[in-house]
Design a protein around this ligand. Sequence first.
Ligand code: CAA
Length: 293
Amino acid sequence: KRPAGAPDKELARKITKVGVIGAGLMATQFALLFVRRLQVPVVITDLDQERVDKGVQTIRSEIDALLAKKRISPDEANRLKALVHGTTDKADFADCDWVIEAVFEELTVKQDVFADVEKHIAPEAVLATNTSSLSVEQIGAKLEHPERLVGFHFFNPVAVMPLIEVVRTPQTSDEVLATAMATAKNLKKNAVITRDTPGFVVNRVLAKLLGEAMHAVELGTSFADVDAALAPLGLPMPPSELLDLVGLRVGAHVLDTHHRAFPDRFYDSEKLHKLAEYGTLFEKDKKGAIKGF
Ligand code: CAA
């Protein structure tokens, strides 16, 4: 049975080559998923050669880790590595039929990245954004063909989190939405179609949880006690670890975006913004044990 709002799957287009813009934490994780599950060439780019090389190296190391765990054969590891290419030249995106970005969560940065890449790709190529809380429609504001844009929001760690939020804007075409749904399925993920509203569904709920956890810390309860207090709720990981996993800068940005959109309903934690400057809530001591802040 077709999920509510899902388009006819016959409309889905075939993906033969994937372009990934950004070579950071999320981008490298899903680049690996695309190459492994779709078995098509994946080209990855970033601002400079150093970042591109680092991203490609991360993907190759993850392929080696899959091999070491015997999840893939040596032949497959070699095949997957051969399918991944780093580039700083957008002309290499010309024959991609699916281009997805995970660059810095700043509206103008994402708008400019897409306006630029659109000059290099075919008219029917899909553009997907992994934004976690910006408006997908606004990200497409500078596109000549905004109907080709869809939100495709992964969760960290990409390899294990089973969900993708597929975000439809008022302009997203049925063909593009069907392609996104088929792609999620081919990546072996569950997909839900969400409206283009701040935080979609998952981050909306997480922003509430993490904002209130930070507020309790600001009022004097320790991180450790907040974590312990929430343990009986059965969360897969304590709030402090979740913040550390998604990155404090990303966490602070998510709270900020929700607070701006709904000032009366979401808490934006000044403390989290300050902690984000340190980068982590945890430190390794001399023996390598991880200690909370
Ligand atoms: N990166 C990659 N893989 C990871 C990982 C990481 N950071 N952490 C764990 N894994 C993998 C492990 O390697 C293991 O894989 P294998 O089975 O192949 O060996 C698998 O996950 C299970 O790991 P563990 O045995 O250590 O299992 P666990 O029970 O401790 O679970 C977890 C780890 C899956 C991360 C779990 O704690 C969890 O689900 N946490 C919640 C994560 C979450 O809520 N993510 C959403 C964040 S919000 C977001 O991403 C969106 C945004 O826009 C901000």
